[in-house]
Design a protein around this ligand. Structure first.
Ligand code: UDP
Length: 428
């Protein structure tokens, strides 16, 4: 990746940077010279020669992107990651038995309309074309998602053309709902009760552990309804999968002489005093030792199993019915359709409330969480020398492309004058 690294630095305005991955021996040991140094609050200093020392906490997408950008700008960057690997929840690894690339924390599909972000990720990894075509099992049949003309015709046993289907669905819809606020209202207004109950109600109760009537409409707005046969789950211009997985892509981002990565290295806020600035991509409430309580998340459990051959014929099979306890089954080799594998690795996915020792996935952002979030944001805004970023640092649902865009913008802002506020992207 040496060539790619040089290109990246050139693109982001830096000269003379080669690449190397930090000494693997340094990974996993707590050997950051600055950690445990002068921890006096407010103590910030730059290294000699005007180089700033930057601490990045978290080696997921946010951390890797900002580390790369600041390293390319000539800053000395230390990245500390609590887990034993980089790439956060998009970490991928090959299953030793089948050779299948496994999305360890559940599937991640890259999709964006942001040409600059697409260009950016392609500098670190070749992307293969990938279209997410999701199926769902409901009422003993397999249907196509997102709801499209095939779904509607199959569900109602009809052969409607686009305009007929549109008029038909409008007849099913509850048009008395003029301004849908909840998930349920959004569904009843735009697809009607039959499709809502078959595809959304059960799945959503399993996924969120709540009534759809108590969830915001914004969750369902992520899914389109189409009156044609387009079954691409996403509508974005650029879609694909990193050929060698997300972890290799993130490793390539971090592969820079000015970046030192320490894995299995949790860091507490009092360790940052010796750095010019800290970018924190861990959980917002974790920074404050959860002193006001815990922000709520959903976590996922994966029941991993192998199969000889092709188990389900597609990457993602959702289960809309409530008496099936899992939300979906993912077959990971189908996320790399350019590869061939005889064996198969699958995840049965279950959702539940996130406990203190679980991995946080989905922010909940209900009334209670928003009130608590407001209090944490007030605490965070009083901090100096630290910027909270990313999905966990700002407690927001973020797609990968948005995460990268925000990290690039945060880095650019910081590089103007060497400062950044606690939040460049407001959590509320
Ligand atoms: N959803 C559903 N049935 C499905 C797929 C999705 O009810 O078969 C709902 C569910 O509440 C989910 C939301 O639609 O949280 C958004 O779906 P998306 O695929 O964006 O979920 P994510 O990828 O974030 O898990």
């Amino acid at each position: 990746m040496a060539q790619n690294g040089a290109i990246n630095c050139a693109k982001y305005g830096i000269s003379g940077a080669g690449t190397h991955f930090p000494d693997p021996v340094a990974r996993g040991r707590l050997a950051v010279a600055h950690l445990g140094g002068n921890n006096a609050p407010g103590h910030r200093r730059a290294q000699s020669g005007g180089v700033m020392t930057i601490l990045v906490i978290g080696a997921g997408l946010s951390g890797a992107v900002i580390a790369r950008q600041l390293a390319c700008a000539g800053q000395a960057v230390t990245v500390c990651e609590a887990r034993p690997h980089v790439a956060g929840n998009c970490h991928t690894t090959r299953d030793p038995e089948t050779g299948v690339m496994v999305h360890v924390y559940g599937p991640h599909i890259f999709h964006t309309d942001d040409a600059e972000v697409w260009d950016y990720v392609n500098r670190f990894m070749t992307f293969q074309p990938y279209r997410n075509r999701v199926k769902t099992t409901a009422r003993g049949q397999v249907f196509s998602l997102p709801i499209n003309l095939h779904t509607i015709n199959q569900f109602y046993g009809r052969t409607m053309r686009p305009d007929e289907a549109r008029a038909f669905i409008e007849d099913q819809a509850d048009t008395s709902i003029t301004d849908p606020q909840t998930f349920e209202e959004q569904a009843l207004r735009f697809v009607g009760r039959d499709l809502y109950e078959a595809f959304f109600r059960g799945y959503t109760r399993k996924q969120w552990g709540m009534e759809p009537a108590d969830l915001p409409a914004s969750i369902l707005k992520r899914l389109p309804v189409r009156f044609n046969y387009d079954d691409n789950y996403f509508a974005h211009r650029f879609q694909g999968m990193p050929e060698q997985g997300y972890t290799a892509m993130v490793e390539a981002m971090l592969d820079h002489p000015a970046i030192t990565v320490h894995l299995s290295t949790p860091v507490t806020p009092d360790a940052v005093g010796d750095y010019s600035h800290c970018f924190y991509a861990g959980p917002l409430d974790g920074w404050f030792d959860h002193r006001l309580g815990r922000l709520g998340y959903r976590t996922l459990d994966f029941e991993r199993f192998r199969h000889d051959g092709d188990y389900q014929g597609c990457a993602v099979m959702n289960y809309g019915e409530e008496d099936v306890p899992w939300t979906r089954i993912t077959e990971h080799k189908h996320f790399s359709p350019w590869e061939e594998h005889a064996g198969s690795v699958l995840y049965r996915e279950y959702s539940r409330a996130c406990g203190p020792d679980d991995i946080p996935y989905y922010t909940i952002r209900q009334v209670r969480e928003k009130a608590l979030l407001r209090d944490y944001v007030a605490l965070a805004e009083a901090e100096t020398g630290v910027t909270f970023m990313g999905r966990l640092g700002t407690y927001r649902y973020l797609d990968m492309d948005v995460t990268i865009r925000e990290a690039l913008d945060t880095g650019q802002l910081f590089l103007r004058d060497g400062t950044a506020p606690p939040f460049v992207h407001a959590p509320l």
